[in-house]
Unconditional design. Structure first.
Length: 255
């Protein structure tokens, strides 16, 4: 009986069992250097596994992150080659720098880093939002493959202020809003992109969140508050039952 009263008491506090939802933009993953082993990403994953939160990532964000991995590895290779030429004197110290001059495969590095990203999404039970209903995938393939008209100076337009960069962003945001509408809920969007932030201000379903850490802190505080309310409700129910028991016993009856 006390447990039933405590459960009933929970209903007096709207949102106490609400699952918060976070959507993450590529600017955050890239800005964090894909640091999925960091404490905040581990904490975010734990909350998702415990069904305290839900993580959303549009499929276009995944493609953008993987395109960035590819270009970043290419830049790293060029920097490494330049370094090995300028630092050739250090080849005379192989015991001090055993792997410094080893070459690495672009394909292998891309596969490994992309694999780490995929593993995190899977382990954190991330919901990948399909954009196919919002845009022809052939068009998006051209964009991410750097095919005309999505090409500038021989380089795919992925990290610039070019207006074409807003094209996939609009579709990604649209897929988040579509999911929120279909599920009749709100979504907190984490992005360092001003376009994403402005889109949130114009949406009834989306709100901009400053950072992943801020979202985690707010979620943990909400969980703590809910636990305190439930504990107080259980104590109140127990006190109520004790009062009823005491009064009945005064009449010579026992529960």
């Amino acid at each position: 009986m006390p447990d039933q009263l405590a459960e009933a008491a929970k209903g007096r506090f709207p949102g106490s069992n609400r699952m918060r939802t976070i959507a993450i933009d590529s600017s955050i993953f890239i800005g964090d250097n894909l640091g999925f082993k960091s404490s905040k990403y581990e904490e975010l994953k734990k909350l998702a596994i415990a069904n305290k939160i839900k993580i959303l990532v549009p499929d276009l964000v995944i493609r953008e992150v993987k395109a960035n991995i590819k270009s970043s590895i290419r830049e790293a290779q060029q920097a490494h080659q330049s370094f090995t030429k300028k630092a050739r004197i250090l080849r005379n110290l192989p015991d001090r720098f055993p792997n410094l001059f080893d070459e690495f495969s672009h394909e292998e590095m891309h596969k490994e880093l992309s694999g780490q990203f995929d593993s995190y999404l899977k382990e954190s039970k991330t919901v990948i939002l399909d954009s196919s209903s919002l845009c022809d995938q052939k068009i998006m393939d051209k964009y991410f493959n750097g095919e005309p008209p999505f090409k500038s100076g021989g380089t795919t337009v992925l990290k610039s202020d070019d207006k074409r960069f807003e094209f996939p962003d609009a579709i990604a945001i649209g897929s988040i809003e579509k999911w929120a509408t279909e599920n009749k809920t709100s979504v907190e969007v984490v992005s360092a992109d001003h376009g994403w932030q402005e889109a949130c201000t114009r949406s009834e379903r989306l709100t901009h969140c400053e950072s992943i850490q801020n979202f985690i802190d707010q979620t943990l505080q909400e969980i703590s508050n809910t636990a305190a309310v439930e504990k107080a409700a259980q104590l109140q129910a127990q006190n109520f039952m004790q009062m009823i028991t005491d009064r009945i016993s005064n009449f010579g009856f026992y529960l």
